[in-house]
Design a protein around this ligand. Sequence first.
Ligand SMILES: [Zn+2]
Length: 447
Amino acid sequence: MSEDLILNEIESNREGYVKFLQRLIQINTYNPPGNEMDLAVEIEKYLKEGNINCEIFDIGNNRANLIARLNDNFSGKNLLYNGHMDTVPPGNEEEWKHPPLSGFIKRNKIMFGRGTTDMKAGLAAMIVALKILKTLGVNLSGNLILNAVPDEETGGKKGTKWSLEEKLKDIKCDFAIVGEPTGLDPLPRAIIVGEKGIVQVKIITYGISCHSSVSFMGKNAIYIMSDIIQNLDKIEIPAVKPPISESELLKLLSSTFPSEEIFNKIYSEQEVLQNVVKALQTSTKSMNMIKGGIKENVVPDKCEAVIDFRLLPGQKSEMVIDALKKLISSLGYTIKESTDSTSEKADVELDIFLIADPSYWSNWRESQEIKDFINVVNQIYEKKSFYFLHPATADAQYYRNTGYCEKTIMFGPGSAATAHSVNESAEIQDYINAIKVYALFAYRFLK
Ligand SMILES: [Zn+2]
């Protein structure tokens, strides 16, 4: 009975929920710089209308974390919903069909704007779900906690990590959902149980500058970099078994199709999906930026390059850094890390500026909670969804890797393919479905 009440409430107030999402899109939270405080204030206003206990934590520079909760009792089961408030910048606005802060709605079906998919639709759906449970006054023994965070697009240290360490760590968490977009067109919804990790390192080589007419007097920093690049494939990062084998990944994917034959046919035409599956079987590396030299006739004394490593669950960021150091030393160069305070000079300096370890919920196959969750998704979307892994990194790693809540999944409206792109958009029905999923699952989980 109460379930119908929740679903009817959502259907009858659709317009209002769409308007709320549109307002969130219209607030600029391009990161950098973020300015998530402006969005937090809007969310607080909306939640306070429903008498929901909501706190904003000012972290300076017009940035903030927000925590709201259904009730004040944390002694029962606690369910945590996490969504980030920042978006990536829009890029060249001229290329957008509708301005990125417009929240323009086309034929009542699709909303356009920066952050529609990644991930203001997911965040708004979580906020609305919380408000519905509160205003309907459904009797629940557990608690639903909402954490709206800044800084996800630049690593999450001031967002999810801050909230966890400063505010949430003493509250037991039984299940967590990060509302990132998990649509993988043309497939149905995915439920993500693990993500790859990332390590980004700036390599700086140092030489000795001189006039290039007497080039042998100097030491060419570009040549040192070139030596490293040419030997990069010799790097020895310890291999691990992928958390989900290729054959199991394909089985998970094909389970959503009427037959394996149909799946195989579609899969053979989906190059992007094939490459995602491939990326989930191995670590990768790619050198993506390089800069060196100041003039045509000067031997360069400095060259910089940025390399990006992606790790499988089971691999650790230290493994990559150690392997990189070992490779560079084996070529005969001295190394120091940029955090090293010694004034001693080295041929190569490493600036490790971004680290997010991979993370994985290893026992998801045995979990009843995740089965309950997928049942809700299948019911609302009227399609079979599936479990999968994410080839990029996400805030879920903070919950799993700190041991705070291994039972963390990623699920949200929107298609991963339109995230960060020009003309980013989200389907209205998808957003409404997500509200239903978040509200209904919370109800079943906490009652
Ligand atoms: Zn995101």
